[in-house]
Design a protein around this ligand. Structure first.
Ligand code: DX5
Length: 210
């Protein structure tokens, strides 16, 4: 079954708990879009804000930050079940492996993310060791952008090479692009605007899940 991870970036931050409660019965994960204003131009929120969210959903921290190693302890402390860092922010294999083990030591699974322009070869060194690969279908930093279909080739290739890998897609995922993502082999879909801006959030999630 496809995991659906609504992204709180598109939610009403003034009513975050209610926003999460409105989608909680229909999905499995909740994505926390952590942005530091350096790795990506936008500045979103940190662990102190996410700590206020009470949910049974698996908290999925997407660290769009220049120094992800500095954030692991605090996001583990709020109970994140998955923590994903960007391949572009951690270039050396040793650093990637150290980061993955520090994430796993907290009990969370470790994911690595690729921006649209970053080729799969950029993670050849660790792809068989990570728990999740996030293929971005927009340039990270902002919600509400248009899906970049050219990244589907990366998903297809990754799925062909790694039949059992969790492949997540994030960016412009909606009722129209979700079927493309699933067909290409993604089994974990992040959606912000398509869910939180929908008239019927339950229906939007069901259509994205397929
Ligand atoms: C980009 C963010 C967004 C967000 C989802 O940095 O990571 O992709 O999660 O935004 P939508 O679903 O509105 O494109």
């Amino acid at each position: 079954m496809t995991i659906i991870a609504p992204s709180i970036l598109a939610a009403d931050f003034g009513h975050l708990q209610d926003e999460v409660a409105s989608i909680e019965p229909y999905c499995e994960w909740l994505q926390l879009d952590v942005m530091d204003g350096h790795f990506v131009p936008n500045l979103s929120f940190g662990a102190p804000v996410c700590k206020c969210i009470k949910t049974k959903l698996l908290l999925d921290a997407h660290l769009m930050v220049a120094n992800p190693a500095d954030r692991i302890t605090e996001f583990a402390a709020i109970g994140c079940g998955n923590i994903t860092f960007h391949a572009e922010a951690v270039q050396s294999t040793n650093d990637r492996r150290a980061l993955m083990s520090s994430i796993r030591a907290t009990g969370a699974t470790a994911g690595i993310a690729l921006n649209p322009a970053t080729p799969l070869s950029a993670i050849d060194d660790v792809v068989s060791e990570v728990d999740l690969v996030l293929i971005m279908s927009v340039e990270p930093g902002f919600g509400g952008q248009s899906f970049m279909p050219e990244v589907l080739e990366k998903v297809k290739e990754l799925r062909a090479r790694h039949p059992d890998l969790m492949i997540q897609m994030d960016g412009g995922i909606d009722t129209k692009t979700a079927p493309l993502a699933r067909k290409a082999g993604a089994n974990n879909l992040v959606a912000g605007s398509a869910i939180f801006k929908a008239k019927n959030r339950k229906e939007a999630i069901e259509m994205i899940r397929g």
